[in-house]
Design a protein. Structure first.
Lengths: 280, 183
């Protein structure tokens, strides 16, 4: 048994929220530079240059890369030998978000009710996903998610007969329908299999990967490459204003599913796609 | 590069063509989802808007909070289609320009052609860069909406692209077709 005071989570989550919003991750910056060197559209080149200049300026001035500093999505992978002490785990997570968004001058974008739309003024609550695994570590992953791209995500409950070709087509169609709304170049997170909510959760998890981290299975890796190639032939381009750089990565996660089903969840994410990790 | 100054007179906006890269200077007014609902509700009740909408430009943005000593926080565009239900009403009232990101509905484009208005795209996610072109920010109304309050921003050389002009030419459609099946 390892005791961990929940205050340690608060401090880590506060810093992860701020750093994720101020500093574009290296993998994304590299992928944007690769996109720029390959882009033939003059408007697309101009936009990619602005995005890269913006990332440098945000880092230098320590201000948010994007004004939509997101709803805080937090994945906690908790070793089953861990015992949290000093208060409620959920409260400690939300306290970290509260402190991060307040002290980091991040935007408060969360409303307390889907219909009354009253802002909670501190960007809480976070959306928290827990997983219990063997061991005594705690892995904290934070992805502040903007809703320009979240709104363009889709769920497809396909038939088993639709197969891998049907799944590819559903992913590509989702990106095509998103067009310029979701701030391309995109990171496309895909969850295939499981149940309705499992596929959606896998698609969000897929967004936590680095751009150059591919699926372990050779078949799924090939699928990722083929779908990315086809997406970049849609013509959408940076910000939807035409070009060859529509997506930087397609990340696909799979899970066993039911004899009757083929769920395909497509979680669209923008060129800012923030993801940070810490281990306690 | 074309310089656009506000107020944006109808005879000037008609010269702007889809694809023009522009630098906007002068006053623009910020509003997004909740602010648009309020403006349209006020108009329905016969009340005056908190600013003179004639020949004005609305920027769809909810900025992040300003750090001490700064004019504004990060301030990039939000996705425009959510304002589509409200935009034709404001265009009829005399609105000349909108700044946002993403395509617009047919109803919005129809109103733009009929009454004379232009739609500019700013680069989504280039929010720190755009903030550096904001020289002054004043809350005019709806302060209770926080980031969604109606603000008057004084901007200098705010980089935008004309994406739908007052003749209805639409860069989202023409440019995508040029690059489809290439690469």
């Amino acid at each position: 048994m390892r005791e961990i005071p929940v205050s340690e989570l608060t401090a880590k989550i506060k810093n992860l929220c701020i750093e994720a919003n101020y500093i574009a991750s290296t993998d994304i910056v590299e992928a944007l530079n690769d996109g720029l060197s390959n882009e033939t559209s003059p408007i697309g080149q101009n936009i990619l240059n602005q995005i890269l200049d913006n990332a440098a300026l945000a880092k230098e001035k320590r201000m948010p890369i994007c004004q939509d500093t997101g709803m805080a999505i937090i994945f906690l992978t908790i070793g089953q030998e861990v015992h949290f002490v000093g208060g409620s785990l959920e409260d400690a997570v939300n306290e970290g978000v509260r402190q991060g968004y307040e002290e980091g001058f991040l935007r408060k974008s969360v409303v307390e009710d889907p219909f009354n739309r009253v802002n909670t003024e501190d960007n809480t609550p976070a959306v928290i996903h827990y997983a219990i695994v063997p061991g005594d570590q705690v892995i904290i992953e934070v992805t502040p998610k903007g809703f320009g791209s979240e709104n363009m995500s889709q769920m497809h409950m396909l038939k088993p007969a639709d197969g891998i070709e049907g799944a590819k087509e559903a992913i590509i169609r989702t990106v095509d329908e998103a067009g310029g709304n979701a701030c391309p170049p995109l990171i496309v997170g895909v969850g295939i299999g499981g149940s309705f909510e499992k596929a959606a959760l896998l698609s969000k998890r897929a967004l936590l990967r680095d751009v150059d981290e591919h699926a372990k299975s050779p078949e799924i890796r090939a699928m990722e490459e083929e779908v990315l190639n086809k997406i970049n032939r849609l013509g959408i381009g940076p910000q939807g204003l035409g070009g060859l750089t529509t997506a930087l990565a397609v990340h696909i996660e799979t899970y066993p599913t039911h004899i009757a089903g083929l769920p395909v969840a497509v979680n669209i994410s923008c060129h800012v796609t923030r993801h940070r990790k810490a281990i306690l | 590069m074309i310089h656009v100054t506000t107020p944006l007179l109808k005879e000037n906006l008609k010269k702007l063509k889809a694809g023009d890269q522009v630098l906007i200077s002068g006053y623009v007014y910020t509003s997004r989802d909740a602010g648009h609902q309020r403006m349209v509700d006020q108009l329905a009740k016969g009340e005056a808007l908190p600013f003179d909408v004639v020949n004005s430009i609305i920027y769809y943005v909810g900025p992040s909070p300003a750090k001490p000593g700064e004019v504004i926080g990060s301030a990039g565009p939000t996705t425009s289609y959510r304002m589509d239900p409200f935009a034709p009403t404001l265009i009829k009232e005399g609105l000349s320009g909108m700044i946002g990101k993403g395509n617009r509905s047919q109803e919005v484009v129809k109103a733009m052609v009929e009454y004379g208005a232009v739609y500019f795209a700013a680069v989504g996610g280039a929010a720190a860069l755009i903030a550096s072109s904001v020289k002054e920010s004043t809350v005019l109304a709806y302060e209770d909406l926080g980031t969604e309050a109606l603000r008057r921003l004084e901007v200098l050389n705010f980089p935008c692209i004309v994406v739908i002009d007052s003749q209805g030419n639409n860069l989202y459609e023409t440019e995508k077709n040029k690059y489809r099946n290439q690469g």
